[in-house]
Design a protein around this ligand. Structure first.
Ligand SMILES: [Zn+2]
Length: 59
């Protein structure tokens, strides 16, 4: 199956972001069926927030 870049809208910031062909292939390889709902920036932010919570828990 051929993948093509796809433009999605981030559910956090409403900005458009590109779900690239390479990322789609990666998702497929990992068996992930859902498309990303957030742009990279928001994903990084959430990841950072989660890491902070984990750190606080461990203290
Ligand atoms: Zn976003």
């Amino acid at each position: 199956m051929e993948f093509t870049d796809k433009t999605l809208v981030c559910q956090d910031c409403d900005n458009e972001f590109v779900f690239t062909a390479g990322e789609q292939a990666f998702y497929k390889e990992k068996g992930l069926e859902n498309e990303p709902k957030r742009c990279k920036e928001c994903r990084e932010k959430r990841k950072a927030a989660r890491n902070n919570q984990d750190l606080q828990k461990n203290q």
